[in-house]
Design a protein around this ligand. Structure first.
Ligand code: COA
Length: 260
């Protein structure tokens, strides 16, 4: 599939920069963008040249300003449910990629844009970032995971305020409430995201994948999460990379992980 709304570059360290490229519409998510994200993330899961992904938006003003509102005219109950379910499926694919995904939020992250950033494992932002769930202004509710992932990241009280008021959250506030991990000047955003990703892509890939899987279980009751963690720890112990990591430490050398 060739992409008309996504730009993709993969560097020699295995970092893929995926840019949603509809700057004239503030990178709003139309059917094409969603389908292209679906296709790219499906393939990236098994692509050995991709070790981590940085997702961003084109232009200086916007990450993603939401679902494309022009798609909403005439949407009825059943079609609306299908619309939300498909977007959720694609965003879950991002969350379950098995490789780290950082959202580099370079401006508006509204509605589906905020939800897309929330489906990424880590969010970093530029000083001009503005997050929000303005769906209530349109008479709808967040449909791509906002009512589920936002409370898990910032807590239910703050999430309730954000989704019920539709008010925007600026970068400083997003940092204070843990919605983003770091804030950079706009010109330093991609470099900051890359430096953070480099720390992860040099690690043992299976350990990274299993750690991401274990973190998913942190939404479960503690006893279930601990059970999953022990099982995943056992799987990590069965890898060649574990043998290599321990041997490298004991022999005071840098490990050479093979992803096996
Ligand atoms: N869907 C479709 N088009 C969108 C869009 C969206 N979610 N967000 C922005 N655009 C389009 C605008 O219609 C405009 O297109 P045009 O030049 O053809 O008229 C273009 O992007 C630029 O947006 P504009 O509104 O002129 O920029 P602004 O700086 O004045 O305002 C926003 C920026 C983000 C505040 C404003 O565009 C907005 O409120 N967008 C909708 C956000 C939203 O509700 N998202 C959730 C949807 S569920």
């Amino acid at each position: 599939m060739s992409y008309s709304s996504l730009l993709v570059e993969i560097d020699s360290s295995g970092i893929a920069i995926v840019t949603i490229n509809r700057p004239d519409k503030l990178n709003a998510l139309n059917a094409e963008v969603i389908a292209e994200l679906d296709d790219w993330f499906s393939k990236a899961a098994s692509d050995p040249t991709v070790k981590g992904v940085i997702l961003t938006g084109s232009g200086p003003k916007s990450f993603v300003a939401g679902a494309d509102i022009s798609r909403f005219k005439g949407l009825g109950a059943e079609e609306g449910q299908r619309f939300a379910a498909y977007g959720q499926q694609v965003f879950s694919k991002i969350e379950h990629l098995g490789k780290p995904v950082i959202a580099a939020v370079n401006g508006f992250a509204l509605g589906g844009g905020s939800e897309l950033a929330l489906a990424c494992h880590i969010r970093v932002a530029s000083t001009n970032a503005l997050f929000g769930q303005p769906e209530v202004n349109l008479g709808i509710i967040p449909g791509y995971g906002g009512t589920q992932r936002l409370p898990r990241v910032v807590g239910k009280g703050l999430a309730t305020e954000i989704v019920l008021t539709g008010a925007m959250v600026n970068a400083d506030r997003a940092l204070a409430i843990g919605l983003v991990n770091h804030v950079f000047e706009p010109e330093g955003l991609m470099d900051g995201a890359r430096k953070l990703m480099l720390l992860m892509v040099e690690k043992a890939p299976i350990a990274i994948k299993l750690t991401l899987e274990a973190l998913q279980s942190s939404d479960l009751p503690l006893a279930d999460g601990l059970r999953d963690e022990a099982a995943l720890f056992g799987r990590a112990c069965a890898t060649e990379d574990f043998v290599e990591g321990v041997d490298a430490f004991l022999n005071k050398r840098k490990p050479e992980f093979k992803g096996r």
